[in-house]
Design a protein around this ligand. Structure first.
Ligand code: NI
Length: 168
């Protein structure tokens, strides 16, 4: 278990590359997923994708901190979506910035666990946002590419939003 360095956008090009499908469900993958979870918790994030720690593998961890625990997704693919909502988003690789993005209201994702067993997970609201955001990272896509507008602190104060930042 170890904390890895989170790459920031603009420092190197690893965040812009296409991550490779995981073929070996070995100890090395387990260590990567453990380190990714440690790194995410340390950074107070709710999701992290392997390219954010400079590993070009299709692996994601998510924990919304709502008591559902840690979700590990290897080779995740969106297989179904419904609706669209515009909401606030941030990213651990783009510190100090947030913006609004349109995402599906609900998504279903097919993935494998660390042992290579296939499963499906459905998410809505913050979970849907997180799943889409992290899977985008695996294809070199950043939320700022899809951002509708920046959220400034001033606007947030005016709106007195109680929504928690989504740093993924
Ligand atoms: Ni992110």
């Amino acid at each position: 278990m170890a904390i890895r360095k989170i790459v920031e956008l603009g420092k190197g090009d690893v965040l812009r590359k296409h991550a490779r499908k995981v073929q070996k469900f070995d100890r090395r993958l387990g260590v990567l997923l453990d380190d990714m979870a440690d790194t995410m918790y340390e950074a107070d994030g709710v999701g992290l994708a392997a390219p954010q720690v400079s590993v070009l593998k299709r692996a994601v961890v998510i924990d919304l901190g709502e008591g559902d625990g840690l979700l590990e997704l290897v080779n995740p693919e969106i297989v179904w979506t419904e609706g669209e909502v515009v909401g606030p988003e941030g990213c651990l690789s783009v510190p100090g910035r947030r913006g609004t993005v349109a995402r599906p209201e609900k998504v279903r994702v097919r993935a494998q666990n660390r042992r290579g067993e296939a499963f499906e997970v459905e998410g809505e609201g913050l979970m849907a946002v997180c799943l889409c955001h992290e899977i985008d990272h695996l294809d070199g896509v950043m939320y700022v590419d899809k951002m509708i507008e920046d959220i400034t602190d001033k606007v947030e104060e005016e709106e007195e939003t109680e929504e928690q930042p989504t740093e993924v």
